[in-house]
Design a protein around this ligand. Structure first.
Ligand code: SF4
Length: 101
């Protein structure tokens, strides 16, 4: 005998975060990147991690294959010499050292 399959009505996920209120409560967390296209807004920590990833020695060995990794590498090129990223990475490392102590 075949069982009838019941479908559960699932409510669609709708985030209830008021981004404008969050930004007002957390000033200075987000920055606007001058190096990436489209007025990219990201957290200072994300910026610092991009800078650190861009300066990892292993990126020098990556060629044109695999292509998706190559695209990611090229996306990090503006972050390599970026002074904003260097400052954020320094602050992030200082925070990590303070938490470890
Ligand atoms: S390191 Fe510089 S270019 Fe890269 S995301 Fe941060 S601000 Fe933008």
């Amino acid at each position: 005998m075949r069982r009838m399959r019941r479908t559960r009505k699932q409510k669609p996920f709708i985030p209830t975060i008021d981004t404008e209120a969050w930004l007002a409560d957390n000033p200075g967390v987000m920055i606007e990147c001058p190096g990436q296209p489209g007025k990219l807004r990201l957290t200072k920590e994300a910026c610092a991690r991009r800078h650190m990833a861009a300066n990892e020695p292993r990126w020098a060995k990556i060629g044109a294959e695999p292509f998706h990794i190559f695209v990611f590498k090229m996306n990090l090129v503006p972050c390599r010499e970026c002074e904003i990223g260097a400052q954020n990475a320094k602050e992030l490392n200082l925070e990590a050292e303070a938490e470890a102590a």
